[in-house]
Each structure stands twice: as C-alpha cells, then as structure tokens.
Write a protein that binds this ligand. Sequence first.
Ligand SMILES: Cc1cc2nc3c(=O)[nH]c(=O)nc-3n(C[C@H](O)[C@H](O)[C@H](O)COP(=O)(O)OP(=O)(O)OC[C@H]3O[C@@H](n4cnc5c(N)ncnc54)[C@H](O)[C@@H]3O)c2cc1C
Length: 391
Amino acid sequence: MSSTPNPITPPEIADQMIETIAKWIDKDVIPKASELEHADEFPEAMFAQMCEFGLFGATIPEEYGGLGLDVTTYARIIEELSRGWMSLSGILNTHKIGATMIGRYGTEEQKQKYLPAMVDGSYRAAFSLSEPDSGSDAGALRCKATPDGDEWIINGTKMWVTNGVRASIVMLLARTPDDRVTCFIVEKEPGDSFEGIRASKKIHKLGYKGVETVEMSYVDHRVPDTNMLGGADGMGNGLRYALSALELGRINIASRAVGVGQAAFDAAMKYAQERETFGKPIFQHQAIQFKLAEMATKLQAARLMTYDAAKKYDEGKRIDLEAGMAKLFASEAAFEICTDALRIHGGNGYTQEYDVERYFRDSPLMIIGEGTSEIQKMVIARKLLERHAID
Ligand SMILES: Cc1cc2nc3c(=O)[nH]c(=O)nc-3n(C[C@H](O)[C@H](O)[C@H](O)COP(=O)(O)OP(=O)(O)OC[C@H]3O[C@@H](n4cnc5c(N)ncnc54)[C@H](O)[C@@H]3O)c2cc1C
C-alpha cells in the first residue's frame, strides 16, 4: 500500500524514454519476437538492451543507483515492452517485485547490500510465493523455515518461479515455527542448482515463452538470519509484505494487458484494411467495424484505468481498489481484444505466420497472474465494503 508520494518523473524525461523504447520495440523487438517465442529462447540481445536502458533499476531510488522513475512512467514502459513481446516485461516483473519489497521493508543494511547490485540487470530477483497446493490461497503455503543457530533451514517445493533459474536472489515466502509466513532473501548462483536449491521442473507454457518458469525444490537449504526481510521485524510479516508488493504488481499486469491488447488491435486494424472479401476490404463490413470499435473502446478504458491507478499510487494514495479494478478490467479486455483480433484474421489468425496467435496465447496469463479475476473481484468487493460501509 502506498503511503509516501513518489518523486514525479518530469514529463519530458518520461516521454523521451517512452519514445526511445517504442522505437526500439518497433525496429528490433517486433520483427524477432515470434521466432524467439516459438523457440522458447531467452532473448539475450533484447535483455542486454533493457539493461542498457537502465530498466532493471527503473524504480529503484536514485540514492541506491537506480533511475527512480515514478510508477506511471514504469507502467508506460511495461506497456511498450508488452506491445513488442510480453515476455520482456516478465523478465522485469519479479525483479521489480523483489526490489519493491526490499526498498519498502528491508533493513537499511539489506537496502545497501541488494538495491545497488540490482540496478544493472546482472543481479536479478525472482519472487516465490506459489506452491503446488497454494496459489490463490497463498496463506496455505507449506514451505518450511526452521531455525538453527543464526541460520534458517529451508525445505519445501515452490511452483511457478518465473526467472527462477537466472535469478541471483529469490524472495522466498516460507512458514516459520510460529505458523506464520516470513520472507527470506535467498541468495543463489544463477543456474539449475545451487547448494540445497534445485530447479526441479521446467514448466512448459501455452505462451509467455523465452522467460523461464520453474518448479524449485529446497532440501535443507541454509539461509543466514540476516537475510530475513526486514530483520527481526520481518518475522511473521512475509505475507503482508508480499501482498503489498503485489498491489504494485497488479498495475504491472494491467499495463502488460494494455500493451498486448494494443498490439492485437494494431494487427487487426491493419489486416482489416488489407484483406478483401466480397469485393471490398473487410473493414468495410459493418460487423468488422463494430468489432474494431469495441476493441478500441475497451483498450482506451483499460489504459485510462491503469494510468489512473498508477497516478494515484505516485500521489501516495491507497490503490488496492483501483489496482484491482484496473487489473481485472484490462486483463479481461486484452483477452477479448486478442480473441477478436484472431477472428478478424480468419484462417491466417490460426497460423504462426501472423503475430496475432502469440497475442492470443499470451493474453490469458494476465487473467491468472498476481491474482485471478475471481480473486480480484473478492479484493474489490472487500475494499468497496471498507470504503462504503454504512456505519
Ligand atoms: C506463467 C505463470 C507464471 C507465474 N509466475 C509466478 C511467480 O513468479 N511467482 C509466484 O509466486 N507465482 C507465480 N505464478 C502463480 C500464479 O500467481 C498463480 O497461478 C495464481 O495465483 C493462481 O493460483 P493457482 O494456479 O494455484 O490457481 P488456484 O488457486 O488453484 O485457482 C483455480 C481456480 O479457482 C478459482 N478460485 C480459487 N479460489 C477461489 C475462491 N475463493 N473463490 C472463487 N474462485 C476461486 C481461481 O480464480 C481459478 O479460476 C505464475 C503463474 C503462471 C501461470
């Protein structure tokens, strides 16, 4: 939950950055994204360019070496990246969640140690809350942390760890003997295994390829006491820390949805003017015009809701309701826009010749990640009652 206003990024700096990224997306990402995605290949060159832009330190405060951008600018960056290839935003997202958690709840020592190392992309973060039997019901997690002198011994299986292999730190949520959930900053070497940690399964996904998502097993893995997020104050507060960072994560997912929706709309608009049936471009058929009109309207509403949540966050306002609404609306809108874009492409939409099949496969993730639509509705309803309680 935001409480202190963010320093606002001057509009001319934000616009210039977005323009530079947009040009790169058009020139170097869009022409290559589908090929890399089908090959499920990590985009090394694109990643290097993202480091060059400083994106891994985008929202890390300047005092720790980051760019210190506001969340509104960050949302626009995520939108642009996702317009090119949604997986690029995935490489950033868990890193940003980690940086947010450390920046907001870490001890000064933890901030000094990790944040400067996280700005250039060489030292990246994964976020590990979910387990095989605990997703929406995050509080049911079973991964165990047992104290042993000045260390903790971690045992358990974590699921859906995006960037888990390439990460150098994992923000790990585990159950402590007091039956509460605590967050540990787990240091590791990038790779499939490190000491008691193993990437035990690579998850093969419908879309969102190129960025790895793995199951990770911990067997008697030792973490020093000093790596408990927030120090002694962090004991039992892990779930609160994680859920608060996910509030920001929802703006990220909404921004991704807007980016993918924009890409699908652009593709459909172009195709509708090129493809002819019954002697005229299909855009001239009213049924297709209506689809495009609805797509553009949903896209605009999704974008405005996302920017509104980001702006309120930057102003230091509570945004649990706005972020939930933006994530719910934008993700469902993107799914519908991508489905309509595929329909407009007819048979071609069902082939790998056109990017629209990738958008169609990528879009459902936004409905699931960082809280499904059903969970968003529960969050929204709870917050509505808080804000509008009649007593
Ligand atoms: C590609 C990908 C990457 C991911 N990356 C990460 C990551 O990096 N780190 C991480 O920690 N997690 C990650 N996740 C996990 C993601 O957050 C969960 O998948 C998500 O929270 C849903 O949990 P679940 O899959 O266990 O579904 P479940 O919780 O089993 O839900 C199944 C269905 O039941 C519905 N449902 C559940 N409870 C209720 C209820 N009370 N009322 C109504 N409906 C309900 C859900 O909405 C859903 O439709 C990732 C997931 C995917 C697919």
